[in-house]
Design a protein around this ligand. Structure first.
Ligand SMILES: Cc1cc2nc3c(=O)[nH]c(=O)nc-3n(C[C@H](O)[C@H](O)[C@H](O)COP(=O)(O)OP(=O)(O)OC[C@H]3O[C@@H](n4cnc5c(N)ncnc54)[C@H](O)[C@@H]3O)c2cc1C
Length: 399
């Protein structure tokens, strides 16, 4: 193989480009890059955590973590640990995580209590919840990481005699059993008949195949674009210094463990000289502050099994698909591309990555991140009933 074209410069595409270059150093590498602020990989920070409920995924996370600590990326991550807070009905998950950790000979997560939160000087940590400290989890300065990785991919293209295209791929042109060309949004045509093409466009995967009139994977294996709203919190220097080396906190339950405060003070006079203390949390003003704080709606490609698809397209000899999962593959940036390279090289990979796995797994890692409905229906409901329609069922979580 002497020519590769990777479409997409998110986690999968960049990792694939890196591993292709390592494995086939004399091959020509080209990359088609069109970053988007809606993409899961274009985030501000990411967690590298090692607490999955099955040993296979845990093994991958351990391998990825070793790379984060040892390779070019090590200066971008900080091992500050993470406090994970479990509701009573979530403790079964903790038990599964500990079973998986036992299997791999890793230390069990020890149950602690709300005193773990003392270093945040908070009085808001309910005593009824279970707190554990995951000391080996780390946080990555993700914007810098992505920008470095894209810089490296660009250099790899130039060094190998290929091109780093900064325009989106519009359609894939095919003839018989081969992809023959790629049309870019700027009208450019890239010949691809003699290349291996890697399609790594995350949640845009189905859109791109459909636009090219190419068969999608079977139901459940096509990554479904699944969105959620993110809120960015702007800290001042003092606050940033306070939080910088303290552990991250994750909590996907209902209890209050932290608060976000919008500094936009107001009085409440009702036309009198005496200002009233009132609960204004349901007011339009409160909602509009919340609304302004929404920085983006970010989307990931979620497959039914929550395992990505990393497989050759059954109808096209030179098209490999690499996308999907469920909100947890950023940590695999140093490693996931080696699986893409295995597929390109004709090696066997775990069947859970295949086009159509024989075993049907359930939602294994992130059951709370399965879509709860379609946007159009949920939006209509929100318009009719205001925030009550979703508030009862939503939780604030760090993922
Ligand atoms: C809010 C949020 C938080 C997360 N937090 C974590 C975390 O803390 N830790 C963790 O491990 N994982 C986390 N994840 C999951 C992780 O971000 C994703 O698994 C990963 O980024 C997916 O990468 P990707 O390459 O498949 O997709 P993408 O990031 O979508 O990459 C695909 C790229 O292709 C581009 N593209 C699309 N169409 C085209 C086209 N036609 N031509 C060229 N380019 C195109 C897109 O703009 C994008 O840049 C999180 C996800 C979300 C949404």
């Amino acid at each position: 193989m002497d020519k590769f074209i990777v479409i997409g410069t998110g986690v999968f595409g960049l990792s694939a480009a890196y591993h292709i270059r390592q494995r086939w150093p004399t091959a020509q590498l080209s990359v088609i890059s069109q970053p988007s602020r809606l993409a899961p990989s274009d985030d501000i920070s990411k967690i590298v955590r090692v607490d999955y409920n099955n040993s296979e995924r845990m093994t991958e996370a351990v391998r990825a973590q070793e790379q984060w600590k040892g390779n070019n990326f090590s200066t971008l991550q900080r091992s500050i640990g993470r406090i994970v807070i479990y509701e009573q009905d979530d403790l079964a998950t903790l038990e599964k995580i500990n079973n998986a950790r036992d299997e791999l000979g890793l230390q069990r997560r020890q149950r602690g209590d709300s005193t773990l939160m003392q270093e945040f000087e908070t009085i808001m940590a309910p005593k009824s919840l279970t707190y554990i400290l995951a000391p080996d989890d780390s946080i990555v300065d993700w914007e810098t990481c992505m920008s470095d990785a894209r810089g490296r991919a660009k250099k790899a293209c130039t060094d190998s005699g290929g091109t780093f295209y900064e325009s989106g791929g519009a359609t894939i042109v095919k003839d018989g059993a081969r992809v023959t060309a790629l049309m870019l949004e700027n009208g450019e045509r890239i010949e691809a008949g003699s290349a291996q093409v890697v399609l790594a466009v995350g949640p845009w995967f189905a859109q791109m195949l459909a636009a090219s009139d190419i068969t999608l994977p079977p139901n459940g294996r096509t990554p479904v674009a699944t969105g959620l709203f993110s809120y960015a919190v702007q800290l001042n220097d003092e606050q940033a210094a306070f939080f910088r080396d303290r552990p991250m906190v994750s909590h996907s339950g209902k209890g209050s463990v932290g608060k976000l405060t919008w500094i936009h003070p107001f009085t409440n006079l009702h036309g009198s000289t005496i200002s009233l203390v009132e609960d204004l949390s349901e007011s339009a003003l409160a909602k509009s502050h919340m609304h302004k704080a929404i920085e983006w709606a970010r989307t990931d490609g979620v497959t039914e099994t929550q395992d990505p698809i990393i497989a050759r397209h059954p109808q096209f000899q030179n098209l490999v698909c690499a996308a999907g999962g469920s909100f947890n593959r950023a940590k695999d940036l140093p490693t996931i591309g080696s699986i893409v390279a295995d597929v390109l090289g004709g090696q066997d990979v775990s069947e859970r990555y295949s086009w159509e796995p024989e075993t049907r797994h359930s939602h294994r890692n992130h059951s709370h991140l399965v879509a709860r409905g379609d946007f159009a229906t949920m939006e209509k409901e929100a318009q009719q009933h205001g925030q009550d329609s979703v508030a009862d069922h939503s939780s604030l979580a760090v993922i």
